[in-house]
Design a binder for this molecule. Sequence first.
Ligand SMILES: C[S@@+](CC[C@H](N)C(=O)[O-])C[C@H]1O[C@@H](n2cnc3c(N)ncnc32)[C@H](O)[C@@H]1O
Length: 342
Amino acid sequence: MNIEDDPSVEVIRAAIELVTSFEKHKVFDRLRLLMSEEAATKVREQFASEQRWLTPFDWPFLHEASQKLNSILSDNWLYPYGPRKYRDQLNYIKSLWNFVALDGMRALDFGSGHTAPHLMSTFLYINGATTSFSVEPLPIADEADAARMVLHFLLLALQDPKAWTVGRSDPSRLVERAAQFDLSNLSSGRLAGSFDRTGVDYRNGLAEQYDNISDLDLIYSIAVFEHIMKLDEVFSMLIGKLKPGGHMCHVIDFSDHNFHAGLTPLRWAYMTPGGGDGNGINRVRLSRMVEIMRRSGLEILHIDRWKSESSKQIRGNLLPEYENLSDEDLETYTATIIARKM
Ligand SMILES: C[S@@+](CC[C@H](N)C(=O)[O-])C[C@H]1O[C@@H](n2cnc3c(N)ncnc32)[C@H](O)[C@@H]1O
């Protein structure tokens, strides 16, 4: 989705102006977007009467505004700490549950990110995995936000266990497992100690540093493999950590990452002459990625593709290495590849 098409972006812009502006009336105009009509009328009256607000009790409308902003943020696709983020991620890997049963599994989230690296592992653990590793070299951006995100997810799962149960997992076990997390510690914004009674195991480092992360049944990643330059090396390192017959599932984002950053209007810029370097990606397309995986010793079981017709615009203007791509390969901006170690 284009940033400009998202109505919540306007409200978020307004909120930013709100907290950065010193002009009283401008602040009010911006704040109004986040308030009920009733609260806005009251504040407008206070402005008109030049009445001063002296104590925090005079500002309850700020609470209303912050609640509204929170709910807008949660649903915004750019916000990394909201349910929108993991709902999207889980949607990308939904076919995986047709191939693996999580019961008793040892799984690895390869490159779990620096915002909430425990999140996907938490999801797999409450669905039956025994040990659920998250490995990420970047330090956690904000511990309190990362903890809050896990807490929020667990509370959603406890409220509606069936909605968060996948494959042959059991909703009542999901509830038991969710209760093993230290919810009060998480709600204080602390990660340390919150996972001690669970099988969620987060490591800050590169996957290749941890020899004891081995004998795995499943390795999955989201938006990681487009950033890996030494693909043969990394696939072979990961295959070494997998049991024979173990599964891999990788969600790969083939879009130009300058497009995500709003620096080019073209999702496919890097495939065209003078279109730039893609901003930190290897520019390997799906067909070649599959070829490399096969060559590494993986059997490809299933591929889900997300496609966009807009790729037709560049059909006649491709760099030589992309000229022979099939229409389907060219149109695919994200794919999930499910494979098995032979
Ligand atoms: C674009 S981020 C995706 C993060 C997360 N999966 C998400 O969807 O938000 C890719 C991540 O892969 C991590 N990464 C790259 N090579 C890695 C390696 N060898 N071991 C572990 N993580 C790695 C990077 O540090 C980066 O945070």
